[in-house]
Unconditional design. Structure first.
Length: 317
């Protein structure tokens, strides 16, 4: 971990904002945890039958492991080098590996917030990276951010984009396959679209303002970037009458609620989506129970949402 200007500045800010010895000790303890994030387990042998923890290491805060929870992951599939992977940690910033997890480098330690919720690589240019500050998995240890970061050099440097939604909690970022400057974001304040790389406030548009304030997932048809599916609802707004899976065939200008064979409204809690790269009409929707937060069911469509069926014998993860 770098011990340069940034760490010194954080320490000074922490000490200047309080004269309580206990809080001063807490600030130094936080910095010590920051310095240990790169102490990864390089000696642990890998095998094909079990998973091995490769890092980044968590930061303990208030007796809780805050930063180790991974909120987003993006693998570089554009240049044929799938060993390059980016991850976002709940309160640990953006990390990058170029050797499939053998070692990791922290990329955003000099940013104003380490809280992260989502990350995406532009399919047409793997040097363009978007990272959404602020975790959307609302809980007592969730931290908000200041907006979205953009890098045009593979994470070496970052620019904080304008934040017209005035929140910092991201669930998902999707970049158009043929244009690195067009992107969509599912956030706690709706689904947003940006053109021109989102460099000015006028480049951003709220696509779902009339539907719901929170969308927990977003996927794009791999064969047609105008077709989008969005999951209305979050972990903590179960029972919302507008919850459900929505489809747009015009790049988010208008949306249709999918209701044939799949529950909607107050029957839905948080929803997660997945689309098959090999078959654009095949999607899966995992829906949580809005009361217990347990898995309510996984629903599948093979015709782009025209009809859904619930899968059976699905384990409750």
């Amino acid at each position: 971990m770098r011990k340069g200007t940034w760490l010194s500045t954080v320490a000074l800010r922490a000490l200047k904002t309080t004269n309580h010895l206990g809080r001063q000790h807490g600030a130094f303890r936080y910095l010590e945890h920051l310095e240990t994030r790169l102490l990864l387990s390089s000696s642990i042998p890998l095998n094909t039958s079990s998973w091995t923890a490769l890092g980044p290491s968590p930061i303990a805060s208030f007796s809780l492991d805050r930063s180790g929870r991974i909120t987003g992951i993006a693998a570089d599939l554009t240049s044929g080098n799938s060993n390059t992977i980016y991850v976002t940690a709940a309160d640990g910033g953006v990390w990058k590996t170029t050797n499939a997890g053998g070692s990791w480098a922290a990329l955003t330690d000099n940013q104003s917030s380490l809280a992260m919720g989502a990350i995406a690589i532009a399919p047409s240019n793997d040097l363009v990276i978007y990272a959404g500050e602020g975790e959307a998995n609302n809980s007592s240890i969730t931290m908000g951010g200041n907006g979205m970061l953009r890098s045009t050099d593979g994470g070496i440097s970052w620019t904080l984009l304008p934040n017209p939604w005035q929140v910092g909690n991201f669930y998902k970022i999707v970049v158009a396959p043929s244009d690195a400057n067009i992107l969509y974001a599912a956030t706690t304040s709706g689904v947003w679209k940006a053109v021109n790389g989102g460099q000015t406030s006028s480049d951003w548009t709220n696509l779902t303002q009339s539907i719901s304030d929170s969308f927990s997932d977003l996927v794009m048809d791999p064969t047609n970037s105008s077709i989008l599916y969005a999951a209305g609802g979050s972990a903590y707004n179960g029972g919302n009458a507008n919850n459900g899976v929505y489809k747009s065939i015009n790049g988010g200008t208008s949306w249709t609620l999918e209701s044939n064979g799949i529950p909607t409204g107050s029957a839905d809690g948080r929803i997660a989506l997945a689309i098959a790269p090999s078959s654009a009409g095949t999607l899966y929707a995992a829906i949580a129970d809005p009361t217990t937060y347990a898995l309510k069911g996984i629903y599948k469509t093979t015709n782009g949402g025209s009809f859904w069926t619930v899968l059976t014998n699905v384990p409750n993860y």
